[in-house]
Design a protein around this ligand. Structure first.
Ligand code: NAG
Ligand code: NAG
Ligand code: NAG
Ligand code: NAG
Ligand code: NAG
Ligand code: NAG
Ligand code: NAG
Length: 531
């Protein structure tokens, strides 16, 4: 008993230490390493608001799922205020004052031009989910990672469509800005490879008025080419189609092909705009269906409605999905580095130094960059894989605007070209397309430049030789009907021309009402006249 009593303090001490040990273990397990990352977006734009909400949802989803991960991304948000210098200033602030290890953003390619240099200087990866201009690739920046497709990735898909229908010439309609001009050299080269000529480039100012758009459209109307490739975004793109429809450029014979700028947002356009775009073809990156995506869309809708209850028109688009995937990819890349020291080396700066000289260098930068470049996973937008510092493109979807919306008519993949269905040995062509004017026949893409006037073909009304040319009158409608062998031959010749010539037969009475000459002469009596 005495023995036991003396041992009690020891026993208690042991218990207590064990207990403290366990608490410390639990706390150690629960401590995470905060890693600051910058977010630079234009906060008063839809892209900025959507991007930000997707990034924050991505991080909360990611750490909810991977609760045991050691690192935690802490977003530090700065507004670039729709300004190229604003974006640079925001990035500089984040590098200097927050010492962020990576920056998600900026929104536009022009802004990226400025921010990229800062990333290289500070060894901090700049990850943009929306700077799509191919020209950024030529900067050969070490630290710029594009978590989005560049605008020229879709060019082979557009070329394949033009080639499939044998159009020999096209007109390009594009915005006079970085977005518009960036892709044109790639389109020009791609079309040249299949001997398709760009007969005209219609460059539209981003702030063009409706009158200026109309003037341009009337000019296009007088030209023979009927295939238009439109590389624009909203809201000017939809306005162009409303005007084109008004003046009869969405009729039979016309072909309109959209790049992803407008195809991506077809689902969000007003029904009246969709009415004006009937028969249009479009190309956009293919987003595979998944349960994860469906559930995300529902949750996102709920969140965004809570945040902006007064605005009904907020819609999720592919840039939101890329923002989500970029944030998850970065979180993964950081976690892979493990419990490293996320520090900056401060540069020596004198009182004379400009702000730029005071930017330090991220010590972990090169490792983080490598980790990010090798991060692969199945994201919301499809497979996330960075090749040549850009998101790898998989497939493009080809859609046709019909009725209230769009209908998929096929895909384009780098391996198999245009196909009806993905991952199958389906036919190498597209599904049934309803062309403008609800026409089922493939437009020839070219007409005689008659500006709506038809070729008028005089047909002599004769008494005999009905088997060659016969003019009959429908008593109910008074319309004349022209038939016979010569007419059939003429129709066949016109149909075989590589371009469309609108024409009509105009019956006329020969002076004496008699058949003139013999059979051979008859052929000369089909008079051609363009009025
Ligand atoms: C970790 O800490 C959080 C609060 O900081 C707490 O809610 C959670 O229960 C802790 N988890 C463990 C395993 O201790
Ligand atoms: C654009 O993306 C495509 C597909 O990923 C790639 O092949 C091409 O090299 C890229 N172009 C530029 C200029 O970065
Ligand atoms: C609502 O959203 C639309 C499209 O994103 C935007 O143009 C508009 O300014 C917003 N309105 C308000 C009141 O926020
Ligand atoms: C900073 O200054 C110290 C001593 O003045 C020098 O040894 C070092 O190389 C400098 N570092 C940089 C990055 O210039
Ligand atoms: C700072 O600027 C002053 C005047 O312009 C100059 O005299 C001085 O040498 C500069 N100091 C350094 C460290 O560059
Ligand atoms: C390409 O075609 C082959 C068969 O011809 C098919 O196995 C493969 O899945 C297709 N690839 C894609 C991306 O559709
Ligand atoms: C048909 O044409 C004749 C003469 O060309 C004219 O007298 C008649 O009224 C027309 N009928 C109709 C229904 O237009």
């Amino acid at each position: 008993m005495r023995n036991n009593l003396t041992q009690l303090p020891l026993y208690l001490f042991c218990c207590l230490s064990l207990w403290i040990f366990f608490i410390e273990m639990a706390m150690a397990q629960n401590t995470t390493i905060p890693v600051k990352v910058g977010v630079v977006l234009d906060m008063d734009t839809w892209l900025g608001k959507m991007g930000l909400s997707c990034i924050s949802m991505a991080l909360s989803d990611f750490y909810a799922y991977h609760g045991h991960y050691k690192t935690r991304l802490i977003p530090k948000i700065r507004d670039s205020k729709r300004d190229v210098v604003g974006a640079a200033a925001a990035a500089l602030y984040l590098l200097q004052n927050e010492e962020v290890q990576a920056i998600i953003g900026p929104a536009s390619s022009l802004q990226a031009n400025f921010v990229i240099g800062l990333g290289d200087k500070a060894h901090v990866p700049i990850i943009s989910f929306s700077a799509t201009s191919p020209s950024l690739s030529s900067l050969r920046s070490q630290y710029f990672v594009r978590a989005t497709l560049n605008d020229s990735a879709q060019v082979p898909a557009i070329r394949a469509i033009v080639q499939a229908f044998g159009w020999r010439q096209v007109v390009l309609i594009y915005l006079d800005n970085e977005y518009g001009n960036g892709v044109i050299p790639y389109l020009t080269d791609a079309l040249q490879e299949i001997d398709t000529r760009i007969s005209y480039r219609s460059v539209i100012h981003p702030l063009a008025t409706d009158d200026q758009i109309l003037e341009e459209l009337y000019k296009l109307m007088t030209m023979p080419t009927r295939v238009f490739i439109v590389h624009m975004f909203a809201p000017i793109g939809p306005r162009l189609f409303v005007r084109a429809n008004e003046i009869g450029m969405m009729e039979e014979g016309y072909v309109w092909i959209l790049t992803d700028g407008l195809t991506d947002i077809l689902g969000t356009l007003d029904p009246s705009v969709i009415d004006s775009m009937q028969g249009v073809l479009g190309v956009k990156p293919h987003v595979p269906r998944s349960k994860k995506l469906e559930s995300f869309k529902i949750r996102w809708k709920r969140e965004i409605q809570q945040e902006y209850p007064t605005n009904e028109s907020f819609e999720l688009n592919i840039f939101g999905l890329w923002a989500y995937d970029a944030a998850c990819g970065l979180a993964m890349a950081v976690e892979k580095l493990g419990a490293t020291n996320f520090r900056f080396q401060k540069s020596n700066f004198s009182r004379n130094s400009t702000d730029l000289d005071t930017v330090g260098v991220s010590l972990i930068g090169p490792n983080l960059l490598q980790s990010l470049l090798y991060t692969r996973f199945r994201g919301l937008s499809g497979d996330f894989q960075i090749v040549n510092r850009q998101l790898q493109s998989s497939a493009f979807e080809v859609v046709n605007v019909i009725g209230k919306g769009e209908r998929g008519v096929g895909f384009w993949t780098p391996e198999n070209g245009t196909v009806r269905k993905l991952d199958s040995t389906s036919k190498p062509n597209l599904g049934t397309i309803v062309w403008p004017g609800e026409s089922p026949s493939i437009p020839k893409g070219w007409v005689l430049p008659t500006n709506g006037k038809k070729l008028r073909i005089g047909v002599p009304v004769t008494k005999g030789f009905g088997e060659f040319v016969k003019v009959t009158r429908d008593p109910s409608s008074n319309a004349t009907k022209v038939s016979g062998f010569s007419i059939a031959v003429f129709d066949a010749v016109m149909a075989a021309l590589p371009y469309a010539v609108p024409y009509e037969y105009i019956p006329f009475q020969t002076p004496d009402g008699n058949p003139a000459g013999d059979d051979n002469d008859l052929i000369y009596q089909v008079y051609l006249q363009v009025s």
